[in-house]
Design a binder for this molecule. Sequence first.
Ligand SMILES: C[S@@+](CC[C@H](N)C(=O)[O-])C[C@H]1O[C@@H](n2cnc3c(N)ncnc32)[C@H](O)[C@@H]1O
Length: 323
Amino acid sequence: MTKEDFLLFQEFLHEKAGMFFAENKQYLVENRLVKRMGELGIKSYRDYFYHVKYDTSLKEFNTLMDLVTTNETSFFRNEPQLISFADEVLPKLIAEKRENRATRSLKVWSAGCSTGEEPYTLAMLISEKVASLAGWNTEIIASDISEEVLGKARKGEYSGLTLRNVSPDILRRYYDQDGDNYRVKASVKSMVRFCHMNLNDPRQLSTQSGFDIIFCRNVMIYFSDEVKKELVRGFYNALRPGGYFYIGHAETLHGISKAFKLAYFKNALVYHKEVADASKAKPTLVSSAAGRSTVGAGTAGAAGGTGRALDLLSKIKQAQAKK
Ligand SMILES: C[S@@+](CC[C@H](N)C(=O)[O-])C[C@H]1O[C@@H](n2cnc3c(N)ncnc32)[C@H](O)[C@@H]1O
């Protein structure tokens, strides 16, 4: 791959998918494309570039997305954020809706859901609250740009490391075991709707609205600041006033958006879209004590370290529980 070839891909991937590959990532782009070029019998990177660019069916673009995206994920990833979701944010939203006699519905978005572990984890956590949610309409939308990962997500079959943080009790209640494979139970699957969506497409983004909670964890790390700003504006608009926004615990909105307020929960800092009348649903500042994870390391750098320490702590606790 020549430098010029790389720059063509760099600009194309940024413009179309928001991903920014710095020049030291040239080898990565090369490695990921070479097998596909072999399959197509295409000999040069430049020819492959034009093959993708002028394929109006977008088939090859979708294949390229399968190749260049990083899809690492796992069930119950970053426990402190999930505890804050299940034990703090969710009960608070439910109580507020009950108090305001609002519609008994809960709408959650897992944006950049990869192979489905994140939305299924959220579905399991919501299911744990099912008694208090009787008669409620819950909807989890899970989107990704890669059709390949969405295929795996819809299948809902997992094995190995991705299950490492799932407790035996949750495994037993929410999965059907088949040898070394664990299939997510139909009751959990039915709570999640998977869809293909490019987060760098403002038109697609603008069709989303009314979410109570949005998760977009470990997705924007691959985007340029310019793309992040546009995307975070889109998420802000897609959230209903009073809603919450989770990003990866090592990510930050510092320098990206000032629209959100930070809500300090015991287990995590979560971005919050305030209601216009601040007296109505001001986020409760539950605790500013140590022992919280952070959703924005830049906004609370020290807390980022605490988040990692908590991770470690929960792993130690799990290991102890298994003994
Ligand atoms: C590292 S995974 C994160 C999965 C999950 N959110 C988690 O934290 O475990 C990042 C996902 O973002 C998706 N992604 C990257 N760029 C995207 C885009 N422009 N639109 C939608 N999804 C995108 C990738 O396909 C990948 O599955």
